[in-house]
Design a protein around this ligand. Structure first.
Ligand code: CMC
Length: 438
């Protein structure tokens, strides 16, 4: 459990000439905060922080980000090292259990994932009632919620550590199978059962593409690229979906339901849905014949609702370290697979133009993880509407780690923000016949 590192200092806040002091908190990397948990009790004020840009909602020992320097570490390990040397399964263990596994722990964890890969026949039947056109993220969140019905012990709020770890392994394994089956169903193909001799990523490609795109299934480069993308997405501290998982879980909701909520939060185009938007934007630029400068102009016009998807980040004010790794991987894959994708060229030109543009420079907007990830997914044969599902598979260990950390934290309090009411003052009820419509 994370410890509050008391700085021994007090931060003084003055209200109408009266001074109050609040403890300072300093994180292990020197991040500073003011502990305002007694603010309302002492001063009758609450804080106002739309979008929570200045609010630390928890203490966490999972992931560290320095947005000014472009640093990202899981449990202290730099993302670049994990991207180069780890696998998604090993990184999942690191996030969920707090440390890199020994050989024995890794084998046990992998064995659990293999055991849980097949779907119960009744789960498969649920697919037949879902319209073919349903967005894959809707199906994924629904199926994850339904899974709790197959594991009734997961509903017990008093679950012990071993039971939670079992639920975690069930989720990590089954979400992969569900994702592959969502795709098979969308293309009208029968489900392919998992093959327990394959690694996590190879098995996913097998369940997705057996009988369709043999070239990518047991191709070492494809498996490596998929591992890389999933590792890079595995956690990102208190983002919208991880915060959702924590908030939903704080009401003692089971892990499956909390993760289903996280999947829904991820779906939005400003969060995980951005990877689908990026690909559609690049394709639109390609097919419309409109210039890159036109798109940038439209995205930067005053009051424009259009955004340059895959650009900007709440925390990074420099190049997203994940985008750097993905961009390099894109080049490698394009060369290995001999693909000639005009969209990469468009993305590179778009990036160059944006990085020279005053609007993006002054707002510190740089490419984020979603800018190049879609190009890799496309090379692997994954359709655009499945991109956010791929993000969800990757983010799963992070969500689970956050859910566990939230659950273990003491004092355990339900997440419940306050508000500043701006509506009408007390107004009496008017019977319908007397209402004038004003
Ligand atoms: N294109 C054009 N303008 C932008 C963009 C963009 N991609 N991102 C931010 N801005 C502008 C925004 O209009 C605002 O301008 P002004 O100061 O004139 O009002 C300013 O920059 C600050 O934007 P914000 O929306 O207040 O910033 P935020 O920190 O609340 O939002 C963001 C962060 C990621 C939602 C935003 O940058 C964005 O919408 N980016 C595009 C969507 C995207 O790529 N999302 C994926 C994020 S990475 C994956 C993940 O972790 O979710």
């Amino acid at each position: 459990m994370a410890e509050i590192l008391a700085a021994g200092e007090k931060v003084k806040i003055k209200f109408s000439e009266k001074e109050f002091s609040f403890p300072a908190i300093i994180g292990t990397e020197g991040e500073r905060a003011v502990d305002i948990s007694e603010l309302r009790a002492q001063t009758s004020h609450i804080t106002y922080d739309p979008g929570y840009a200045n609010t630390g909602a928890c203490l966490s020992s999972i992931t560290f980000i320095d947005g000014e320097k472009g640093i990202l570490r899981y449990r202290g390990i730099p993302i670049e090292q994990l991207a180069e040397r780890s696998t998604f399964v090993e990184t999942s263990h690191l996030l969920i259990h707090g440390k890199l596994p020994t050989q024995k722990e890794l084998s046990q964890f992998s064995q659990k994932l293999t055991e849980h890969a097949p779907l119960h026949e009744d789960v498969k039947k649920i697919f037949s009632g879902i319209p073919k056109e349903t967005h894959p993220m809707a199906t994924l969140s629904g199926m994850v919620s339904f899974l709790s019905g197959f594991y009734p012990t997961s509903l017990d709020p008093k679950q012990d550590e071993a039971q939670i770890n079992e639920s975690a392994a069930q989720l990590i394994s089954k979400v992969r199978t569900i994702a592959a089956y969502i795709y098979r169903k969308s293309v009208g193909e029968s489900f392919v059962p998992p093959n327990d001799t394959y690694s996590y990523c190879a098995n996913f490609l097998h369940m997705m593409f057996s009988g369709r795109k043999e070239k990518y299934i047991l191709n070492e480069e494809a498996v490596k690229a998929l591992n890389l993308l999933l590792i890079l997405h595995a956690d990102h501290e208190q983002n919208c979906s991880a915060s959702t998982v924590r908030l939903v879980g704080s009401s003692r909701t089971n892990l499956f339901a909390s993760i289903a909520a996280g999947i829904c939060a991820l779906w939005g185009p400003l969060h995980g849905g951005a990877n689908q938007e990026v690909m559609e934007m690049l394709e639109q630029i390609h097919t419309s014949g409109k210039g890159i400068e036109d798109y940038i102009r439209m995205a930067t016009e005053p009051k424009s609702q259009l955004r340059l998807f895959g650009f900007g980040h709440r925390v990074y004010k420099t190049y997203d370290p994940r985008a750097k790794v993905i961009k390099d991987a894109c080049y490698r894959l394009i060369e290995k697979f001999g693909v000639n994708d005009p969209l990469l060229e468009i993305a590179l030109k778009l990036e160059r133009a944006a990085l020279k543009n005053e609007f993006f420079i002054t707002r510190h907007l740089y490419p984020n993880v979603d800018f190049y990830s879609g190009i890799i997914y496309k090379i692997l044969g994954i359709p655009t509407n499945m991109f956010t599902v791929m993000f969800a598979i990757g983010r799963l260990p992070g969500w689970i780690a956050h859910w566990k950390e939230m659950r273990d934290f003491k004092p355990a309090r339900i997440g419940r923000p306050r508000q500043i009411y701006t509506g009408r003052l007390k107004t009496d009820y008017v019977p319908i016949e007397a209402r004038t419509g004003t």
